[in-house]
Design a protein around this ligand. Structure first.
Ligand code: PBG
Length: 348
């Protein structure tokens, strides 16, 4: 009998009444969910077009070429890339990062084509700059799109397993960084996870007179199963081995501290966590640990998954893309690299 009575009282207090039974008004969170405008004004997380960076694949192909595993994403000839950037800029998209699609005959053991002014990334940077478009241009700084074996640097002499020669690769990256800066990149973004790469690139840029070129370090980049579609899009898959000897192991929850500390000490102007949606805990902690801008890369596999489910009618693409992007922002990312960027500027 007594038990029944007290559970009834608790039920009333929960329902709120006028002030509950202790003299204070019971919280009713639903009051602030009443109507779209009220929900909009109490929202405390926002994603703005300025937060988005669109990854683009550029190459020397004849015409824009669709990437099967990434609906809506194309490989762009340089001229078309400039046209598209102009159109997207008019819609409010302001930041672009370029990846090169390199024909097999231009690839070699050290990815030397990356440093050529003729490489599509460098030609795109120069073309956008010369067109005077008011956008921020990032250059992905890695060799995997240019090496014939597909690894992110030069291999150790005689290597057959994909062991990248760290310090030899640093010299190569420094040269590519200078070429990208010369072509017009405001930011170079090293993604190869070589030890000491930020220091070597900073020295290379400064030595070549590019002291104002910033570095966005892919500081916390995990060896991930979610890069598959990118490797199709960038034609940068490995011919043997994998990247676990240089990218991070997702079973280590604290190693980001070491990577972050090194990159900041070496001169990183911004840092990145990658992938994004599967590493929200890491984004959150990196945000707390540093004052520099934090970027997060919603990668190709994360993008492809949403599309695959939407194609089957299992999720609504727009709803799922918005929710995912807000999650990454809410975790603490200032900047989000996302293949949804052109759609998001329409949806936000
Ligand atoms: C190359 C690079 C990769 C991505 C960005 N830069 C692939 C990789 O490390 O294998 C992945 C991006 C994506 O999946 O969207 N260093």
């Amino acid at each position: 009998m007594a038990a029944k009575k007290s559970s009834k009282a608790a039920g009333q207090a929960k329902a709120g009444g006028q002030g509950g039974d202790r003299g204070f008004p019971a919280a009713r969170p639903r009051r602030l969910r009443r109507g779209q405008t009220l929900r909009d004004v109490v929202a405390d997380v926002s994603v703005r077009p300025e937060n988005l960076i669109y990854p683009m694949f550029v190459g020397a192909m004849d015409k824009p070429t669709a990437v099967a595993s990434m609906p809506g994403v194309k490989q762009w000839p340089v001229g078309d890339a400039v046209t598209m950037i102009r159109q997207w800029r008019e819609k409010g998209l302001k930041q672009f990062i370029f990846f090169g699609v390199t024909p097999a005959k231009k690839k070699d053991a050290t990815g030397s084509y990356a440093a050529s002014a003729d490489a599509p990334v460098n030609r795109t940077l120069a073309a956008v700059r010369d067109a005077g478009l008011d956008v921020v241009m990032y250059a992905d700084l890695c060799l995997c799109e240019y090496t014939d074996h597909g690894h992110c640097g030069a291999l150790c002499p005689g290597d057959k397993q994909g062991v990248v020669d760290n310090d030899r690769t640093l010299e190569l990256l420094a040269k590519v960084a200078a070429a990208q800066a010369k072509a017009g990149a405001e930011v170079v973004a090293p993604s190869g996870m070589m030890d000491g790469q930020v220091r070597a690139i900073r020295a290379g840029l400064d030595g070549a007179g590019f002291k104002r070129t910033a570095i966005m370090a892919y500081s916390v980049k995990f060896a991930s199963g979610f890069y598959g579609p990118f490797r199709e899009a960038g034609q940068g898959g490995m011919t043997f081995g994998d990247r676990r000897g240089y990218q991070m192991d997702y079973r280590r929850a604290r190693e980001w501290r070491t990577e972050l500390a090194l990159d900041l000490a070496e001169g990183a102007d911004m840092v990145m966590v990658k992938p994004a949606a599967t590493y929200l805990d890491v984004i959150y902690q990196v945000r707390q640990a540093t004052a520099v801008p934090v970027a997060a890369y919603h990668v190709s596999g994360e993008f492809a998954m949403l599309h695959a489910a939407a194609e089957r009618g299992w999720v609504d693409l727009k709803a799922a893309a918005l929710e995912t992007t807000y999650a990454i922002k809410r975790a603490g990312a200032d900047l989000i690299l996302t293949y949804f960027a052109p759609q998001l500027v329409e949806w936000l």
